[in-house]
Design a protein around this ligand. Structure first.
Ligand code: PMP
Length: 399
């Protein structure tokens, strides 16, 4: 038809993950590609009971419009749950949104004019990169190591660029790398954010899913001046299908998010909010999260142990202390987009690493998810993958 679409659409490409997920619907595929929770852990029966109760007792509220900020009893529960990641918050600090992905889009809408600069970790979350791209920014990728962004490099970048609007980070069990920031780096990031007056957008879907060690406070928990905008979600601790997340920020910034929420969809689904609120009142979300953690810890251990046994020596991978992902690095000459095609031919899927770098390059890594496949499939899939990698390495050597 050749309609005249907005310029911004030139930047928006189909997400590689979405395309891959379509393939992974085939039952024979062992998928380590998506970031999907284990569906067998969803508390379906309990949720059905609370849903009936909500409709029986509060049906007329549940099916009505509600305030943009969200359903107050749920805002209160979210505020008190924030203590789990070391944040003291009040219900007034919380805006309920339709998944934290919406918070990423809003962040772009609120902060970015064309050619403004976003600082992000290298690599960073593909969904955030795509959401921000709609607002036509430039990305500067800040080098990272096992403890987070490298602070000297970050300060250097800040000093040399004047259009930086925010620093986007995922400090806990990062998507895609599985890495977690040290406390020192969290403090230093906050210090630089205050020194140069640049807000931090802290995206934290996985903070509660820690399998070993102690939870360091979220950067928001160390923030005394309102420099951190925190995005949270129920997707990984309860269910992504209910599409409920939140923004926790200072009054000034939160008001901007409230304004754009009104323009986007008026409010998050009233019925979802009431159902979830009722669930948290009647059941223990803590116990549910513990159950999830126990299963995911086992799956992580199994994936890592199998990789240690099966993968060729020169393949490196992260050992995440929580979350859903491990990040595999191959020798530089291996292209993991090509490798992904071979893996799919052998019925195993993963996401090639290149898409996690907004400025492209870095094609030799890939992301593996361990939450969604059962134990048998994890072992089988990693063994197949090991063979596919071995063949690719052999092939490169003989060329
Ligand atoms: N941020 C990160 C880092 C994620 O991994 C995800 C989901 N994979 C999201 C945000 C979006 O999550 P949701 O919209 O389901 O809350």
């Amino acid at each position: 038809m050749g309609f005249k679409y907005a310029k911004r659409m030139e930047n928006i490409k189909a997400s590689e993950i979405r395309e891959l997920l379509k393939l992974t619907q085939r039952p024979e595929i062992i998928s380590f590609a998506g970031g999907l929770p284990a569906p067998e852990l969803f508390p379906v029966d309990d949720f059905r009971k609370v849903s009936d109760k909500v409709l029986a007792e509060k049906g007329r509220i549940a099916l009505q419009y509600g305030p943009t900020e969200g359903y107050n009893p749920l805002r209160e529960k979210i505020a008190s749950r924030m203590t789990k990641v070391g944040v003291k918050a009040d219900f007034n600090d919380i805006l309920i949104i339709s998944g934290s992905q919406q918070g990423l889009d809003f962040t772009g809408k609120i902060f970015l004019d064309k050619d403004d600069i976003v600082l992000c970790e290298s690599p960073s979350y593909l969904g955030a990169i795509n959401a921000f791209k709609a607002y036509q920014p430039k990305f500067i990728e800040v080098p990272t190591d096992d403890n987070g962004m490298k602070m000297n490099e970050l300060e250097e970048i800040i000093i040399n660029n004047d259009k930086i609007k925010f620093i986007y980070v995922i400090p806990d069990f990062q998507n895609p790398s599985g890495r977690t920031w040290s406390l020192e780096r969290r403090k230093k990031l906050l210090e630089l954010s205050e020194k140069y007056n640049i807000p931090i957008v802290e995206d934290n879907p996985y903070g509660e899913l820690r399998y070993d060690g102690k939870i360091p406070p979220a950067i928001k928990g160390l923030d005394t001046k309102g420099n951190v905008i925190f995005l949270g979600t129920f997707s990984k601790i309860f269910s992504p299908g209910i599409r409920l997340g939140w923004v926790c920020a200072s009054e000034e910034a939160l008001n901007k998010y409230i304004l754009v929420k009104q323009g986007a969809d008026l409010q998050a689904s009233t019925i979802s909010q009431l159902q979830l609120n009722q669930y948290i009142e009647e059941y223990s979300l803590d116990e549910h999260v513990d159950k999830i953690k126990n299963i995911y810890r086992r799956r992580r251990d199994l994936m890592i142990d199998t990789m240690k046994k099966e993968f060729p020596q020169d393949v490196k991978f992260t050992i995440p202390e929580g979350g859903l992902f491990t990040w595999v690095e191959l020798p530089e000459h291996v292209n993991t987009r090509e490798l992904a095609k071979k893996a799919i031919d052998n019925n195993v899927a993963f996401v090639p690493g290149g898409s996690f770098y907004p400025n492209a390059g870095n094609e030799n890594a890939f992301r593996l998810n361990y939450s969604n496949m059962d134990e048998e499939r994890i072992v089988k899939g990693i063994k197949i993958l090991a063979k596919v990698i071995e063949e690719a390495l052999q092939c490169e050597k003989s060329m």
